[in-house]
Design a binder for this molecule. Structure first.
Ligand SMILES: Nc1ncnc2c1ncn2[C@@H]1O[C@H](COP(=O)(O)OP(=O)(O)OP(=O)(O)O)[C@@H](O)[C@H]1O
Ligand SMILES: [Mg+2]
Length: 243
């Protein structure tokens, strides 16, 4: 089967700093894929290169069988790839409704009835957002801002949703609500690429996981297997080494 997303030999540099040093990665249609790794491993840089936020220094990105390496992020959204960036990046002084409707894809659309249907669809997913449509996004709780960021990504009806650090700064109670939402979206057919610091959460919901360190993929495998792999247990799941 052709991969929905295929990344080959991608490199990302910031001046002299090489953040991503030749990464291969793929997401099959309908797959839920995780990326874990320490701070500074290059996870966000890789996601930015995939989503068209920055241009890779080398390598190739394909989406749905076509090369997209040089496309910009709004062109990637139009192709069906949406990203929830690290830190959410909501417009703090705009209302939740404006964040959803003015941001990104919706702004370019003219079919108002269709936009309203899409808004309704994401509000069904996150009822807390409906009660707060007129609230400024900056006054939302961290969990609500993450719901907004996900809703903003979903409103363009992507085929692949890229999420960079779902759990950042969020309490376990909120995570226990957000992760099942992702699982159910995935069961309905949405492909998801999730970068996550909380390895135990990511390994529990994803089909397959890549482990990144120093700009490279160290190893990759089925999440159920990696959850029992000593390399993962020691470095990412906090297992104490035997004395
Ligand atoms: N805009 C930038 N300019 C210069 N260097 C950068 C920039 N963004 C990231 N880097 C560097 O690239 C490397 C990888 O950073 P990146 O944010 O991709 O890692 P990460 O795996 O997402 O880390 P974290 O888990 O902390 O989010 C780091 O050494 C970082 O300092
Ligand atoms: Mg990051």
């Amino acid at each position: 089967m052709t991969a929905l997303l295929s990344v080959e030999g991608v490199r990302v540099s910031y001046g002299r700093i090489e953040a991503v040093r030749g990464v291969d990665l793929a997401v099959a249609p309908g797959e839920f894929v995780g990326v874990i790794g320490s701070n500074g491993a290059g996870k966000s840089s890789l996601m930015r290169a995939i989503a068209g936020v920055l241009k890779p220094a080398a390598g190739r990105v394909s989406f749905d069988g076509a090369e997209v390496t040089r496309l910009k992020s709004h062109q990637m959204v139009a192709k069906g790839l949406a990203m929830v960036p690290e830190g959410r990046m909501v417009f703090a002084d705009q209302t939740l409704r404006d964040n959803l409707l003015l941001g990104g894809f919706s702004r370019m659309r003219t079919d108002r009835a269709g936009v309203m249907r899409d808004l309704e669809r994401v509000l069904v997913l996150f009822p807390r957002l409906r009660e707060r449509l007129d609230q400024e996004a900056g006054t939302l709780s961290g969990g609500e801002q993450q719901m907004l960021a996900i809703a903003r990504g979903l409103i363009s009806k992507p085929r692949l949703l890229v999420i960079d650090e779902l759990s950042l700064g969020l309490a376990p109670l909120i995570l226990d609500m957000l992760f099942p939402v992702l699982s159910s979206l995935n069961r309905e057919g949405l492909s998801i690429l999730l970068v996550e610091q909380m390895a135990s959460y990511a390994l529990a919901v994803t089909d397959r996981t890549y482990v990144m360190e120093n700009g490279r993929v160290l190893f990759e495998g089925r999440s159920a297997d990696l959850a029992r792999d000593p390399r993962v247990l020691d470095a990412y799941l906090g297992r104490r080494r035997a004395a």
